[in-house]
Design a protein around this ligand. Structure first.
Ligand code: BG6
Length: 454
């Protein structure tokens, strides 16, 4: 279908770093509609298209397909002007184009834009879709308000809430790993599994996002979104017969079963954060670990721990499944390595060759890099699915609201302790929280299995 992509905030970081490069890659791969136009909305009158794409790959293609449209985001008359212009672009494309609105702007700016799109009638134009970036609110109440606000102008089918983790290849593979490998799916329950740890550690700090991070923190930034989505995919009931479209509902149903264990919440802040953001009193957490329980009988007695943090030792996202064994030192462990070094690893035990009977933990590994040529960027998939009208890899309003319920409970569990986040040195982790090590390659006799968070 001919397509007009309208990017509000085309000069912003998100659009330049993620969306435009993804579009250029898709163009190079030949998966974009032949009739395709980008309208870049900007509040500035002096943006030069050529400068905007100066450092981009396939800049020529982007420049050829993009047109800038300077306008005020508050003026009703400007939306009318834009509407008329979109009709012209549509006609030039031969008519019948779908319109994809991508709001690469902060939530406060997005709110009135959504209102204007509704009141100007632009939201109701034929095949119009709205792509939204997180954060979707700051707590349950604001998320519910935002959902209602969006749905007063757009129908739920028109809305695509991006959680770029859902579109990562390795994350999509969680469902395939479970549904197409009965060996694992048959033992995917609390009878066989002792604990599940989902870790997203980052070595970077907050970079230049002080204002954003001061209002957000690790719980809202990563636990509420990416990590709860990973938990949902790992624990949910698999839909019947590869019915991929039923996955959002399955994720939602699982999220409803989760509750925070108030004794399992640790928040931390790296040393130097307060200076970085220029707020000596800041209690914003740059590290969060939250232990959850599911009321689903399948996961009875299985702690599920989500851990994330900035300025930790390394960049790593993993789902670690520890199987039951009377002696935890000897537990089998399955790791879905989502990034980097994407792959799957199962730790099992083998006899170390030699005259003595020494048992050693060894890995059975699969690496994406060794088997497959390329992993497309998540944003390519996000954009392609929105073009196709497939909601599977997007967060539904129900999921967003449920995730906020859980995040709010974690915040509250920490608040009642009335203590500031635990300070940790850059490159380490807060006391009491041990981030996963590669225990697979270490003989258990030589190093105790500290594995995951204690
Ligand atoms: C974003 C968060 O959603 O995800 C960032 O706002 C975080 O704080 C980023 O760094 C991590 O994404 P990725 O794909 O690099 O793991």
């Amino acid at each position: 279908m001919p397509t007009i992509l309208i990017i509000v905030g085309i000069t912003g970081d998100l659009s330049r770093r993620k969306l435009l490069p993804a579009i250029a890659e898709m163009a190079a791969a030949g998966v974009l509609p032949e009739k395709f136009e980008i309208i870049g909305i900007t509040r500035k009158n002096d943006v030069v298209l050529h400068d905007l794409f100066e450092k981009a790959e396939h800049a020529e293609y982007l420049e050829m397909r993009t047109e800038l449209f300077p306008m005020s985001l508050e003026e009703t008359s400007d939306y009318m002007r834009l509407g008329a212009h979109l009709e012209e672009v549509d006609a030039a494309l031969g008519g019948g184009a779908q319109r994809l609105w991508y709001l690469a702007v902060p939530p406060k700016t997005a709110w009135p834009i959504i209102e204007h799109l509704g009141s100007s009638g632009l939201s109701k134009a034929r095949t119009t879709k709205l792509l939204l970036e997180k954060p979707f609110g700051v707590d349950s109440a604001s998320a519910e308000e935002l959902v209602a606000h969006v749905e007063s102008s757009f129908s739920p089918e028109q809305v695509y809430r991006i959680d770029h983790y859902l579109a990562k290849e390795t994350v999509q593979n969680i469902v395939v790993f479970r549904s197409d490998n009965p060996l694992f799916e048959h033992t995917w329950n609390g009878e066989n599994i002792e604990r599940i740890d989902i870790v997203a550690s980052e070595s970077i700090g907050i970079e230049d996002r002080a204002a954003f991070y001061e209002q957000t923190g690790a719980l809202r930034d990563l636990i509420q979104s990416h990590l709860l989505q990973l938990a949902a995919l790992t624990l949910m009931k698999l839909p019947k017969e590869d019915d991929l479209h039923a996955i959002p509902e399955a994720r939602h149903a699982l999220l409803k079963t989760l509750a925070v264990d108030p004794d399992g919440v640790i928040l931390g802040q790296y040393e130097g954060y307060k200076d970085e953001v220029g707020n000596p009193d800041s209690n914003v957490e740059t590290f969060a670990s939250v232990r959850l329980r599911s009321s689903d009988p399948r996961w009875k007695d299985v702690p599920i721990t989500l851990t994330t943090g900035k300025a930790l030792a390394e960049k790593k996202t993993e789902i670690i499944v520890t199987y039951r064994h009377a002696d935890t030192q000897k537990a089998n462990r399955l790791t879905l390595r989502l990034q980097p070094d994407e792959g799957v690893e199962l730790c099992f035990f083998a006899k170390r060759p030699g005259y003595d009977h020494i048992i050693e933990r060894v890995p059975l590994s699969f690496s994406y890099a060794e088997h497959f040529e390329m992993l497309p960027d998540a944003y390519e998939r996000v954009f392609l699915d929105a073009l196709r009208g497939d909601h599977t890899l997007f967060a539904s309003s129900g999921e967003v609201i449920e995730s906020w319920r859980i995040t709010d409970a974690a915040r509250e569990a920490w608040r009642v302790k009335n203590v500031p986040p635990v300070t940790y040195a850059r490159g380490s982790a807060p006391k009491g929280a041990v981030i996963a090590c590669d225990a697979c390659t270490v003989a258990p006799q030589e190093q105790p299995f500290t594995g995951i968070l204690q």
